[in-house]
Write a protein that binds this ligand. Sequence first.
Ligand SMILES: *Cc1c(COP(=O)(O)O)cnc(C)c1O
Length: 368
Amino acid sequence: MPTYADLVKPELLSQPVYQPGKPIEYVARDLGLDPSTIVKLASNENPLGASPKAVAAGKAAMDSIQLYPDGGCYDLKQALARSLELKPDQFIVGNGSNEVLELLGHAFIGEGDEVVMGQGAFIVYKLVTLLFGGIPVEVPTIDYRHDLRGMAAAVTDRTKLVFLASPDNPSGSANTKEEILELIYALPEQVVFVLDEAYSEYLDDPVDLRGLIGQGRKVFCTRTFSKIYGLAGLRIGYGYGDPELVSLLNRAREPFNANAVAQAAAVAALEDRSFVEKCRMENAEGVMFFEKRLGSLGIEYIKTYANFLTINLGDGVAAFEAMQQDGVIVRPLAPYGMGEWVRISIGTQEENERALASLTSFLSKRSV
Ligand SMILES: *Cc1c(COP(=O)(O)O)cnc(C)c1O
C-alpha cells in the first residue's frame, strides 16, 4: 500500500521546514521556569508591544467576527495609499508579508526557474522557490552584506525573480541606495526585483522605489506589520507595485486571506505615527547599548540597521542553549550557515541587560 509520502508531489519530500523561534510557554514548560520571567528575543518582535490604538481597534473588530472580513481590504488599502502616496490598487495585503512572498512564487516560479538571492538571506525566499519547483541561486555575501553586483551577474535567461531584504535578516546589514539602484538598472526587463522592506521603518533614509514603479520598472516591495508595528501575532503584511502585477497576484490569493481583526488593527497602527517613532528611537538606543557593551567586551557583531543584532559567540547552538537556561531566548543561526552566531532582537532596556548578562556568563564559562 502506498504511503502518503509516495502520493504527494515529489518536491514536498525535499522541502525544508521553517524553524520558528520557540514560544515562551514551551521554553517555560521545558525548563520549569515561570513564563513571566522569560525574555524572548528570538523573532524580532516589538518589545513595546503594539500601539494601544491598534489594540483597541482590533478589540472593537472582535464584536463582528461572525462576519467574513473585507476580502478586498478597502480601508487598509486606503490608509496605505494615503501613507505611501500611492493608489489603493497598487497594494496587495497578505496573511503576513510571508504570504505575499508566496504569492510571488505562485505567480512567477515554475519547474526549473531560477530565483536569485544572497547566501544566508531570509530563508523564506529559498522555501518559496523550492516549493514551486524553482532553483534558488544563492550569491555569496561579502563581509555579511549582500553582493548586489554578484547578484546581477548571477542572472540568466531562466531567472524570474531577484529577492533582496535591506535591512537584511538575519545579518542586520543593509545595502546602500546606490547599490540597490545599480542592481535594478542592471536587471533585464523580464526579471522582477523584489525588495523586502520588513525593517525599512528602522532606517533613517530608506531607499524609495516608488518612482521606479511609476516608470514601469519591474520592481515590487513588501512590508509587514509584524516588526515595528508590533502586530506579529495577527499576521498581516502587504506588497506594493504596479497595479497590473497586483491584480495578477490577486488571482493567486485566497478570498479572505487577511482577517478582520488584523485589518482593523493595521489601519490604526499605520495612523499612530508617534508610537512608531517612539519604537524607532527606543530601538536605536537599544542598539547603541549593545554596540557599546559588546565593543568594550571585544565581542564580534555585525553592524545592524534593524531591530536585532547578530553576534559571534563561537558556538551559536551552545550559546542559545545556555542562554535559554537563563530564560533568555535567542536565535542560533546554524540554519543560515552561520554556526558561530546568534541573532538577538533588541528588547527593552531591562531585557537587553538580561541578554547581555547571560551571553557574558556563557562566554566566561566557555573560556575557562
Ligand atoms: C520578519 C520578516 C518578514 C515579515 O514576515 P511576516 O510574514 O510579515 O510576519 C519578512 N521578511 C523578512 C526579511 C523578515 O525578517
